[in-house]
Design a protein around this ligand. Structure first.
Ligand code: AMP
Length: 562
């Protein structure tokens, strides 16, 4: 890997990428309308509009419905990707071809290189990787449509990867029944525990989900390992054959060891206890997934938590060059060869200017605008990033939040970042009562006057057999601490004229966030790409939460008002 070459001369690399994209796509219907066949950068900047999904949707839908790819893309489109779309509540569809997955393989290789650099003599061993897929369907034009992870798992890039570093056979990752897949992933991971050096999932929420699944299935798994016989409910033939093969014969010694660990009163450090050679946990823990950090730290005895890639169905964006940094220091270095990147300045009071990748300024906030190889031109990605530094001449970005994700009951604007900050400040308070936050989401309730914020919390006792005991004092204190972390206008409206009501925490039963995920999946979301929404506004999701409320707590004092 020539990191220097990849991250130096970024201006030249980006100019070349744009030239290549424009040459490829100059004669598409979309670009011809703006550029009349020209590949000139200045004309591109002057004439091609900056767009959102609704602007390009009609073009994409025409190709989906059977018109030739060259409505938008010079090279044939071979697949469509479904984005998780958790924010807008609707899934978006993006055209791609094999290059997307080749880029993904390149980034995965780059990631392995950066990780192994950290270990003298390299790192030998396997990963328990909780991959899961969604069944793919076909568009009217006959092309497959799937999530990006499913697309990758089905691609030649994945099939022909240089080595298989996973404990599970590929058929498990490809199993359309996610429950069977999860069971088999865990069983293979446990069976091969001596070889396991890392435990991974794309997003941290899937990893927490896997441990929760283990909690309810470990006895059955131990019995499978003890007898060498896989449970009958694993009916997917590919999984049955491959996993039975791995189980080989019976292994009562291993079953005893797992049983002993899982039977202990607390599951603190369970990951390192079950997989003693684990060197790190790999999972995205920035953005919405930062809420999983306390839980993962608890389960892993603080083994390094590494968050390596930032990307989307539109483009892969960046890689964490220093994967072993602390979660709060994670930044992603933009990979300039993958797409053409522009940035809209999003600093308070100074919004709107569009700059090239090389012209972003340290400390400023931006929304990326993507021009990719498959028909998106100057497309607003909807994330807000902050420039944190440079790696050679490649800018590095901290993920701040999804753009429009705000809570508001009055004139105040509460961003995702504010909410996460409030939560980070409240979780230490929870520690006093031996509780861990398993999941949260929030809602701006304006059905009563004044409106107020409701946080739904799923809590768990640190000691596995303990019942969750809710201490009124602690939870009221959590409400107060969260209010203290919100923006000045919130605090003013709440304390001065009472135009915002007291913040409320509604504690929900265990398993509620799982039901929320199942609801999203039943509506088409992908389990691997699913992220618990920070704010909820769907009435169906709210109904799930409301039917599980155990107790409510309110902030009992006004926040300080500076
Ligand atoms: P999808 O298109 O379904 O893969 O979702 C892409 C979105 O997931 C991005 O636009 C981000 O909002 C979020 N995302 C992806 N990677 C990261 C990351 N490393 N940190 C924070 N958010 C991420």
């Amino acid at each position: 890997m020539d990191l220097k070459k990849l991250t130096s001369n970024v201006k030249q690399i980006q100019d070349d990428v744009l030239k290549e994209i424009l040459t490829l796509n100059a004669n598409t219907e979309y670009l011809r309308g703006y550029l009349h066949g020209s590949c000139d950068k200045e004309l591109f900047k002057k004439n091609v509009p900056v767009v959102s999904y609704d602007d390009v949707k009609p073009y994409i839908e025409r190709v989906v419905n059977g018109e030739p790819s060259n409505v938008i893309s010079g090279k044939p489109i071979t697949r469509f990707l479904l984005s998780s779309g958790t924010t807008a509540g609707k899934q978006k569809i993006f055209p791609v071809n094999n290059k997307f997955f080749e880029d993904m393989s390149f980034v995965i290789a780059l990631r392995s290189f950066l990780i192994s650099k950290h270990f003298q003599g390299g790192l030998k061993g396997k990963a328990v990787m909780f991959f899961s897929t969604r069944p793919q369907s076909t568009t009217p034009c006959g092309l497959p449509i799937s999530t990006s992870i499913t697309g990758y798992l089905l691609s030649d890039s994945f099939k022909n990867r240089p080595s298989n570093g996973f404990t599970s056979p590929d058929v498990v990752a490809l199993c359309p029944d996610n429950k069977q897949a999860m069971y088999c992933h865990l069983l293979c991971g446990l069976f091969l525990s001596d070889e396991v050096v890392n435990v991974s999932a794309t997003f941290a929420s899937s990893l927490v989900g896997a441990i929760t699944f283990l909690e309810s299935h470990w006895k059955e798994m131990c019995s499978n390992i003890r007898s060498g016989h896989l449970s009958e409910w694993i009916t997917d033939l590919g999984c049955r054959d491959a996993v039975t093969n791995i189980l080989g014969g019976c292994n009562s010694e291993l079953a005893d060891r797992i049983e002993e660990e899982c039977n202990k009163k607390s599951w603190e450090g369970i990951i390192t206890r079950l997989w003693p050679k684990v060197k790190f946990i790999q999972s995205i823990v920035t953005g919405q997934n930062s809420q999983c950090i306390p839980m993962l730290e608890f389960y892993s005895n603080k083994v390094p938590l590494i968050s390596t890639v930032y990307g989307s169905s539109e483009t892969i964006f960046g890689i964490n060059m220093n994967p072993f940094c602390k979660p709060q220091d994670i930044s992603y270095t933009c990979i300039p060869t993958i797409s053409y990147f522009e940035f809209i300045l999003a600093d308070e009071g100074n919004k709107g200017e569009i700059v090239d990748l090389v012209n972003v300024k340290i400390g400023s906030y931006y929304e990326p605008v993507i021009t990719n190889y498959y028909g998106l031109h100057r497309y607003k990605m909807g994330d807000i990033l902050q420039v944190s530094g440079f790696y050679n001449s490649a800018p590095q970005f901290r993920f701040v939040r999804r753009k429009n994700m705000v809570l508001s009951v009055n004139l105040e604007v509460t961003t995702e970042e504010d909410i996460l900050k409030g939560l980070n400040n409240a979780t230490p308070v929870l520690k006093n009562s031996d509780l861990v936050l398993m999941g949260f989401t929030c809602y701006a309730d304006i059905s009563t006057l004044p409106g107020h914020y409701i946080f739904y919390w799923e809590l768990k006792a640190k000691t596995i057999s303990d019942i969750v005991e809710l201490d009124n004092k602690v939870l009221v204190e959590c409400c107060c601490v969260m209010e203290e972390s919100l923006c000045a206008l919130y605090r003013e409206m709440r304390s001065k004229d009472g135009s915002i009501g007291a913040l409320e925490i509604r504690v929900v039963q265990q398993g509620t966030f799982n039901s929320l995920m199942e609801l999203a999946i039943s509506q088409g979301a992908s389990p691997s790409q699913y992220k618990t929404p920070i704010c909820i506004n769907s009435s169906e999701a709210l109904a799930v939460l409301e039917s599980n409320v155990l107790a409510c707590f309110f902030s009992d004092k006004s926040p300080t008002n500076l």
